[in-house]
Ligand binder design. Structure first.
Ligand SMILES: [Zn+2]
Length: 202
């Protein structure tokens, strides 16, 4: 473990004008510049510091109001919870069980491969599928593919209602869009890059 270095890569006047907002990149001395993404924002102003937070935006960072960030995080977590609840539901469980059973009755790896491609679960070649399928437990494999993006196809195949999947997807997407909109930038700083500044600070 090398020692930690810190460098201020961007700075600007804070919203009230009496202090500064800064973006600081920290890195291991040993891997100088190979990773720029360990960054944090600093509000060097007594008045502004309880009011503002930072979020990554493109190659830089935006300064946002603390309450906007909290609302955004809440909405994003809600979207995540909706997806998780659905993925853990008995409805999804039943569909995956039916799909697993459909795989299990197939006589060969080639026929399972064709079904996997048909269900959009596999994009690799038959050779790769064969290599992975040899010691694979079908139920565990399907459980590892438990994402909303796969489920509409699986629901359609297993006699579930794909509309249930799209309703959950739409609900979660709408919350995520709200979470994004809540992050109204007060100002933008950046880019977050060690190479953008020659000023050093500790
Ligand atoms: Zn200020």
């Amino acid at each position: 473990m090398g020692s930690q270095e810190a460098m201020t890569v961007a700075r600007a006047a804070c919203p009230c004008g009496n202090g500064q907002v800064q973006i600081v990149v920290t890195y291991e001395e040993s891997d100088w510049g190979s990773r720029d993404h360990n960054w944090h924002g600093v509000v060097a102003c007594k008045r502004c510091s309880p009011l503002y937070a930072f979020v990554g935006a493109g190659r830089g960072a935006n300064v946002v109001r603390v309450e906007d960030k909290e609302l955004s995080d809440r909405l994003r977590n809600e979207a995540k919870a909706i997806r998780h609840r659905f993925l853990a539901s008995t409805e999804v469980e039943k569909v995956l069980e039916k799909v697993a059973a459909a795989f299990d009755v197939l006589p060969s790896i080639a026929s399972r491969y064709r079904l996997a491609v048909q269900l959009k679960l596999e994009t690799a070649t038959l050779a790769t599928f064969r290599r992975h399928a040899r010691n694979r437990d079908t139920r565990r494999w399907l459980a590892s593919l438990r994402h909303l993006k796969h489920l509409a196809t699986l629901f359609a195949f297993a006699g579930g209602d794909p509309a249930d999947v799209s309703a959950i997807e739409a609900e979660a997407d709408a919350l995520e869009a709200q979470a994004f909109d809540a992050l109204r930038p007060v100002m933008s700083l950046g880019p977050i890059s060690l190479f953008a500044s020659s000023e050093e600070s500790r």
